[in-house]
Design a protein around this ligand. Structure first.
Ligand code: 5GP
Ligand code: ZN
Length: 139
C-alpha cells in the first residue's frame, strides 16, 4: 500500500524536514496555513490514534512541543495550536497519523475555539466519564 508520509519517512517524499527522532519525523506542511506550519509523524505507519503505540504517541507530543517552541523562538508564531484529525469526519485527509503544529498570529482567521456550548449537567458528565473510563485501553 502506498503512503505519501511513509515515502517522506523513507526520504523519498516532498518534505522539508525540521526535526527527526528515533520514532518520529517533523517536516513542513506542503500547503501551510502559515509559515512554519509543521507536521509530526511516526516513522512506523499508523492510520490513527487507535493503532498508534504509546511510545510513538509520546514522542510525537514531545517533538510537537519542541517544534512549537521553535516556531515562537524563530519568529513564526505569537501563539501555537496543536491539532490532530483522527478520522475522515474530523478532517483527516492523509491516513498516516500526524500532529499539526500551527503557528498563530492575531487576526489570522484560524477557526479555534469550541463556540458557546452550554454547561452540561453534572450527572450527565459523571455518566459519560464512567462510560469512557470503562472503555479506556490499557496501552
Ligand atoms: P490532514 O488534513 O490529514 O489533517 O492533514 C494532512 C496535511 O498534509 C495537509 O495539511 C496537507 O497540506 C499536507 N500534505 C499533503 N500532502 C503532502 C505532501 O506530499 N508533503 C507535505 N509536506 N505535506 C503534505
Ligand atoms: Zn504511512
Amino acid at each position: 500500500m502506498s503512503c505519501i508520509f511513509c515515502d517522506i519517512v523513507a526520504g523519498e517524499g516532498d518534505a522539508s524536514v525540521v526535526a527527526t527522532g528515533p520514532r518520529t519525523v517533523a517536516f513542513l506542511d506542503l500547503f501551510p496555513f502559515a509559515p512554519g506550519h509543521a507536521l509530526v509523524i511516526p516513522r512506523e505507519h499508523a492510520v490513527g490514534l487507535s493503532d498508534l503505540p504509546d511510545p510513538d504517541a509520546a514522542e510525537i507530543m514531545q517533538v510537537g512541543r519542541r517544534v512549537a517552541v521553535a516556531a515562537r523562538e524563530a519568529g513564526f508564531a505569537e501563539a501555537v495550536n496543536l491539532f490532530l484529525a483522527d478520522g475522515q469526519i474530523a478532517g483527516q485527509t492523509v491516513f498516516h497519523t500526524h500532529l499539526h503544529v500551527i503557528p498563530r498570529r492575531a487576526g489570522d482567521g484560524f477557526p479555534a475555539g469550541f463556540g458557546a456550548s452550554p454547561q452540561a449537567p453534572h450527572d450527565e458528565l459523571d455518566a459519560v466519564a464512567e462510560r469512557l473510563a470503562a472503555a479506556m485501553p490499557t496501552s
